[in-house]
Design a protein around this ligand. Structure first.
Ligand SMILES: *Cc1c(COP(=O)(O)O)cnc(C)c1O
Length: 465
């Protein structure tokens, strides 16, 4: 969120040291009257960004921070292509079509159904589309059954480990978000109680593969069975959308037998982020429906294409096709085996880190890279040193590593955890360096003078040395 800065209207910055450009000032918060040279503009901006984090040392994000030089070349060469302009760029449109088919195959869509899908900017846009399709389909079904649609708000059922995009969806569309709490025994969707949250006004249930906080997978096979049983006994059918933002391009290679996708009858749509384990730079995402009957007609719009018309369902209109091209490059370049090798290596690095961290008596491991390749840990119950995970995060940041510490959601929010997201570009060598920095950080904290902080105030902390 960006705020007005008029009070600083006259603040200027000075472009390039040691050159005659140094003499001209450039206002920071309004346009300068005259242009500057392209070289000076480049240097200026490049220099300004030089104190930002190093993305490869950022263990907080699922988003890709590495692509091959050939992919980057292709992507910069296609930056000017507008993905929506299907008549000017029919080849690009065909590439998107191929990607949808590749992904449908990966997610085991049935040849007997008419699957369809689209690329998006990311999972947030994809979830919005998935949510809207569920809402409008529900409306159609409920109307036919004579339900009074004005009596209650429609609701969406999801675990409290949801990502913020679902909260946005529910706010934008005035939908009641019914969150099934996570607790000590249920660190993913609690299938013992989930169906208690469902009624005639439920537009759908969202399953998560995996949960952003802990990397765990919801038990979708179980959920599908529960939904099947529910649907046998009521006219008010519900269906499942799977938010596989992180798992969609990981699980199919690592656990091909795990049923979470279109092999489950009641899973009608799935989204994933191409820029997470699809191995593309941000932003690209995908959503697919198992059959066109689950995508209401009114969400399908037409754009012109080679003199004819082509349907479009994405929310965003113009944007560059380069991420799509990057996704296609990866599919062509890696194939199944390549994706497996990359994800498998990522997984071994994650296991190595989980194992190293489990050797510290200070920590209890919450996720050891089962599910997504992420490692989560918390301080043990009898931990009695003065520092917190927030202090450790600070200390690691001094060494360049970004490792967040945060409380878990609803009912578990007394537990503060730290999370490492392992990505393809964190090789074993870097992981070993991390372990060394981690050990040093802990021994420095053990010896440091810590400012007192009240345990109950998990987010207030101080550190001095
Ligand atoms: C990351 C994530 C999202 C949002 O994805 P973007 O591609 O960043 O928009 C949604 N749901 C889950 C479970 C996620 O992990």
């Amino acid at each position: 969120m960006l705020k007005g800065n008029f009070s600083k209207e006259n603040e200027q910055f000075v472009p390039i040291f040691g050159s005659k450009n140094e003499e001209i000032g450039i206002p920071k918060y309004k346009l300068r009257k005259n242009p500057i040279s392209s070289e000076a503009a480049y240097r200026l901006i490049k220099d300004q960004m030089s104190d930002e984090g190093n993305s490869r040392l950022n263990l907080a994000t699922f988003c890709q921070t590495y692509m091959e030089p050939e992919a980057i070349k292709l992507m910069s060469e296609s930056m000017d292509k507008n993905i929506i302009d299907k008549s000017e760029y029919p080849r690009t449109a065909e590439i998107e079509n191929r990607c949808v088919n590749i992904i449908a195959n990966l997610w085991n869509a049935s040849k007997n159904e008419e699957y369809l899908g689209t690329s998006t900017i990311g999972s947030s846009e994809a979830c919005m589309l998935g949510g809207m399709a569920m809402k409008f389909s529900w409306e159609e079904r409920a109307k036919k059954l004579g339900l009074d649609l004005t009596k209650h708000k429609p609701n969406l059922v999801i675990s409290s480990g949801y990502q913020v995009c679902w909260e946005k969806f529910c706010t934008y569309w005035d939908i009641e978000m019914r969150t099934v709490p996570l607790d000590e025994q249920h660190q993913s969707l609690n299938t013992d109680i989930v169906m208690d949250y469902v009624n005639e006004y439920t537009i759908g249930i969202v399953g998560i593969l995996g949960i952003t906080y802990t990397g765990r997978y919801d038990d979708l096979k179980k959920l599908d069975a529960l939904v099947e049983k529910h649907n046998e006994n009521t006219e008010y059918k519900v269906y499942i959308h799977v938010d596989a933002a992180s798992g969609g391009f990981y699980t199919p290679f690592m656990e091909p037998e795990l049923k979470w996708d279109f092999r489950l009858k009641n899973v009608i749509s799935i989204n994933s982020s191409g820029h997470k384990y699809g191995l593309v730079y941000p932003g690209i995402g995908w959503i697919l429906w198992r059959d066109k009957k689950h995508l209401p007609e009114k969400l399908i719009f037409k754009v012109s294409y080679l003199g004819g018309e082509i349907p479009t369902i994405a929310i965003n209109f113009s944007h560059s096709a380069s991420q799509l091209i990057g996704q296609y490059y990866n599919f062509i370049r890696f194939g199944e085996k390549g994706y497996f090798d990359i994800q498998n290596k990522t997984h071994s690095v994650a296991r190595y880190l989980a194992n190293e961290i489990s050797k510290f008596k200070e920590f209890e491991i919450i996720n050891d890279a089962s599910g997504l390749p992420i490692v989560c840990y918390t301080l043990t119950k009898d931990f009695n040193k003065q520092w917190t995970l927030y202090d450790l995060a600070d200390r690691l940041l001094m060494k360049g590593w970004q490792v967040p510490a945060y409380p878990l959601p609803e009912k578990l929010n007394n537990t503060v955890i730290q999370r490492l997201v392992i990505r393809a570009d964190l090789g074993m060598n870097m992981a070993q360096d991390f372990v060394q920095d981690f050990k040093e950080a802990i021994s420095e904290l053990d010896k440091a003078h810590i400012l007192f902080h009240d345990d109950s105030q998990t987010k207030k902390y101080g550190f001095t040395h």
